[in-house]
Design a protein around this ligand. Structure first.
Ligand SMILES: Nc1nc2c(ncn2[C@@H]2O[C@H](COP(=O)(O)OP(=O)(O)OP(=O)(O)O)[C@@H](O)[C@H]2O)c(=O)[nH]1
Length: 528
């Protein structure tokens, strides 16, 4: 039995392995197992660590590195809870990391004096950026561990898109803190660049170092089923999302720069100078963002078409494999068919041989070997059938017993060979003179029996008389001389008048034969 191996042939190349493991649902916390407490404890410790680090920053009054970008001073903000939340998103799923990011940001914002309403809104910014990250990694087949160059480049790209997405929070911050447009622009630039650099520089190494151990720990407690096939439409969605984000980024960059100068300085020459400088600085930022975007789109497109190409190649391979497999099966079937035909032919030959042997055996069982006449067994088989047939047709049937006269003397005088020859010559006479419906049987040593269906006594007597004449005319030659004028006596019994069965008829014919012998031989007798 051949199993189609084409399914086994569909091996996904290593580089197309599912990028992120399937998310661990929050519902695992409801399962009755010690592992849920470990997980909850780990999550709470992560939250506490993030909050503690954020609080340290808050009270130390240090939010990141100050840099000068052209004429603009801004702080590349560092926000520790973001690193922890990103790792939770990638290792355990969006819900774990997003909830952690939201709660820590909410607390930090509230502690730093933001009104609760604004804080609740503001805390959505990082989960928004993480959503982009999570969506991309769940639906594009790239490993999130940056262990190879493509994976690392993809990681940097996605971190950038995620950072730009989450930087929307900077406007809420600026607005709620009543910062000028110029200040908002600086906060925003610092937010996304800090977010981006922090994620790449802290999460990247941590993912490389700790992912195997974390996943082993997770796998032991919550073994995963096979990852679902990624939906290709998400690739397009993510690309559109990124494009919209960056186009928004460009528009905001110029709008803020323009507004800041127009609002603060007015339409003077100094204002125009400041405006030109801001445009130049923004253009630089735009240049870098566009470069990254271009790279991201090219990379995403490359990955997408590579995946599609590989899938097509695999499909073509499996079709070719399936076709070869089917051809092979067909060849095997043809070979089997030929072998079967040869066997059938051999079987037919053997069957014919067996039939021939059976016929020979049957002949041997029914014939006398010396005279080739039927034997007594045949008479017992055939006579009842002939009697039944005669009864159906209302016809008569004669049975004649023949015994050679003085045959012993032949043997004694000329030898057994001559005796055999005499027996054979009489048998030949029967074969030549009887009708096709009649048959002759060698009944005993020198005794013969004739069965003549449809024949009455007169007909039988005439037949016997002809045979006696012919026999007398026979000349049988042997080594010791030749014999002529051979004689036999006969007794006739006729169905139905002398009997209706084999035994009665044989008895009657034997009695008649006895009478013929008694009457001097070379004659025929029957009862009228
Ligand atoms: N050569 C030869 N002789 C046979 C065969 N079967 C029987 N005999 C001989 O046939 C002879 C029969 O002799 P008997 O029964 O005395 O009969 P008979 O000499 O013909 O005398 P009647 O029948 O009275 O005329 C015996 O000598 C048998 O040996 C045979 O197959 N071949």
């Amino acid at each position: 039995m051949h199993a189609s191996p084409f399914a086994a042939n569909l091996v996904v190349p290593a580089e197309l392995m599912a990028s992120s493991e399937r998310a661990l649902p929050l519902a695992v916390l409801l399962q009755r197992s010690p592992a849920r407490w470990q997980l909850l404890l780990a999550w709470l410790l992560s939250l506490a660590a993030g909050l503690w680090l954020a609080a340290v920053e808050l009270y130390a009054g240090w939010y990141g590195y100050s840099v000068r970008f052209g004429e603009l001073d801004f702080v590349i903000s560092i926000y520790p809870p973001l690193t922890i939340a990103t790792l939770w998103v990638l290792w355990f799923g969006y819900a774990w990391g997003a909830s952690l990011a939201y709660l820590s940001t909410l607390l930090v914002a509230y502690l730093s004096g933001l009104p609760l309403g604004w804080a609740l809104l503001f805390a959505c910014s990082n989960p928004l950026g993480l959503l982009v990250l999570s969506l991309v990694y769940r639906h594009v087949k790239v490993r999130y561990v940056p262990s190879s160059l493509p994976a690392a480049l993809f990681f940097v790209t996605i971190c950038f898109i995620s950072a730009v997405s989450s930087a929307t929070g900077s406007f809420i911050w600026s607005y709620s803190n009543k910062l000028s447009a110029m200040g908002a622009f600086a906060v925003w630039q610092g937010w996304w660049s800090g977010n981006f650099l922090q994620t790449v520089l802290t999460c990247g190494p941590l993912l490389l170092l700790a992912t195997p151990a974390v996943l082993r720990w997770r796998e032991q407690r919550w073994p995963q089923r096979a990852a679902a096939a990624p939906a290709q439409r998400w690739v397009g969605l993510v690309a559109v999302f990124a494009l919209c984000g960056v186009l928004g980024f460009l528009w905001l960059s110029f709008w803020l720069a323009d507004r800041s100068v127009a609002a603060q300085v007015g339409d003077t020459a100094q204002a125009w100078q400041q405006r030109a400088m801001l445009y130049r600085d923004s253009a630089m930022a735009v240049y870098w963002v566009l470069s990254v975007l271009l790279f991201a789109l090219v990379f995403l497109g490359y990955r997408f078409f590579r995946q599609r190409t590989l899938q097509l190649q695999q499909a073509a391979q499996s079709v070719a494999f399936e076709r070869d497999w089917a051809l092979q099966r067909q060849q095997e079937a043809e070979q089997a068919h030929h072998a079967l035909q040869t066997l059938n032919r051999e079987l037919a030959v053997r069957m014919a041989e067996v039939e021939q042997l059976q016929q020979q055996l049957q002949e041997q069982a029914q014939r006398d070997p010396l005279t080739r006449l039927y034997n007594r067994r045949y008479l017992h088989e055939r006579l009842p059938v002939e009697l039944q047939h005669a009864g159906h047709l209302g016809q008569s049937l004669c049975l004649v017993l023949i015994d050679l006269d003085h045959f012993k003397a032949v043997n004694d005088q000329y030898g057994h060979a001559m005796g055999d020859a005499v027996l054979k010559s009489l048998a030949a006479l029967f074969a030549g003179r009887l009708r096709s419906a009649d048959f002759a049987v060698r009944y005993g040593g020198e005794e013969f029996c004739l069965v003549l269906p449809g024949c009455d006594i007169a007909g039988a007597a005439a037949c016997v008389a002809e045979l006696q004449q012919a026999y007398a005319a026979c000349r049988v030659a042997g080594d010791n001389g030749a014999l002529q004028d051979l004689r036999f006596s006969a007794g006739i019994a006729c169905y139905p008048q002398h009997g209706c069965d084999e035994e009665a008829l044989l008895r009657e014919a034997d009695a008649a034969l006895y009478q013929a012998k008694a009457a001097g031989r070379n004659c025929v007798r029957y009862r009228d």
